[in-house]
Ligand binder design. Structure first.
Ligand code: TRP
Length: 335
């Protein structure tokens, strides 16, 4: 693709505002978003409506939503060229979600594995919002006629139900919704926990040593990588039964662009101490400029708010059109 040339595809993705993003969000999602924004029309949202499926204090929710928006700007996603907004600023999301609820079967929603996992994790608050969460996500996607939706593995099932709902609706009313395709990034799609490298790295993990948050300073990054779980073999190569080392190799590869063979050659004859030091250095080199940019943007709240407001206006323009069409098809009386 020529420099600056755009496809006519719409790429859409959202991130929950449930905490400071991690290295996993960065390599698994944000970097792809950044690359995709060079070639496509993009819509990026902070999913603050989804965030209330777990209990938050109001001040936290507000702060985190602003911070997550600031991260999106810090990544270099340009608010003039893309639509970057807060989900709750466009009320059509809730409206379409309600309508789509009525085109989703209880049985199919019950099959969502993330609902089962989350209801175990938050057994004291298994609210109906948690259950209908994928339908709100379907609304997010279908409102904007998205062609491609970059998501992690854990969201694939939600994307499938969005397609099923869209297909069902189209089957009844004609071609209303575009069917979105998933997009799973080639590399780094899954950065794993540093402590339990069978699990995805997650910002909500109770063990803070298991994840690197994008706000972690150099000392913290070094300490966390030093204490990452490895194995007793003391040889750096990618292989079976070496989840911890494989994960660190993946992180190192994401930071440096080196492939696994190059990494193995680089650390041939060296121990895990040297390897971990190099991984930590590479992570710091990647995150430090990003963190500085984030701090810089966060200090200008008026700028963030201006971008968010303009983003919401652009999003709402599209969302309104879709909702109007849907309501007409369903048979709501229009005057
Ligand atoms: N559920 C997604 C997650 O937790 C976030 C999300 C909400 C989303 N709406 C979306 C992702 C629409 C893609 C498209 O990661």
């Amino acid at each position: 693709m020529e420099n600056g040339a755009k496809t006519n595809k719409t790429v859409l993705s959202f991130v929950q505002s449930s905490g400071t993003p991690t290295l996993g969000n960065y390599f698994g999602a944000f970097k792809n978003w950044h690359d995709m924004a060079l070639e496509n029309d993009c819509i990026f949202g902070v999913a603050d409506l989804h965030a209330i499926t777990v209990r938050n204090t109001p001040a936290d929710l507000r702060r985190r939503s602003l911070e997550m928006y600031a991260w999106l700007l810090a990544l270099g996603l340009e608010p003039e060229k893309n639509i970057i907004f807060l989900q709750s600023h466009v009320q059509e999301h809730a409206l379409l979600a309600w309508i789509l609820n009525c085109y989703t079967q209880f049985g199919e929603a019950s099959r969502m594995t993330q609902f089962k996992e989350k209801s175990q994790k938050h057994a004291d608050n298994v609210n109906v919002g948690l259950f209908t969460y994928p339908i709100l996500m379907a609304a997010d996607i279908l409102l904007y006629n998205a062609d491609m939706v970059p998501v992690g593995d854990d969201q694939k099932q939600h994307l499938e139900i969005a397609r099923d709902i869209a297909e069902r609706f189209n089957g009844i009313y004609g071609d209303v919704f575009k069917l979105p395709a998933p997009y799973i990034g080639k590399k780094g799609a899954k950065i794993l926990s540093l402590q339990e490298p069978e699990k995805k790295m997650s910002k909500s993990d109770l063990n803070v040593k298991s994840f690197i948050s994008l706000t972690d300073n150099t000392d913290v990054v070094v300490k966390k990588i030093k204490s990452a779980v490895t194995d007793s073999e003391a040889r750096v190569y990618y292989g079976e039964g070496k989840n911890g080392i494989n994960n660190l190799m993946n992180i190192y590869s994401c930071c440096t662009g080196k492939d696994f063979a190059e990494i193995e050659a680089e650390f041939a004859g060296k121990g895990y101490g040297d390897f971990k030091a190099a991984v930590a250095e590479a992570v710091v080199a990647e995150l430090e400029p990003l963190r500085n940019e984030y701090e810089h943007i966060l200090s200008d709240k008026a700028y963030i708010e201006k971008c968010a407001k303009e983003g919401a206006e652009k999003a709402q323009y599209i969302a309104r059109k879709t909702v109007r069409k849907v309501m007409k098809k369903v048979g709501f009386y229009q005057v």
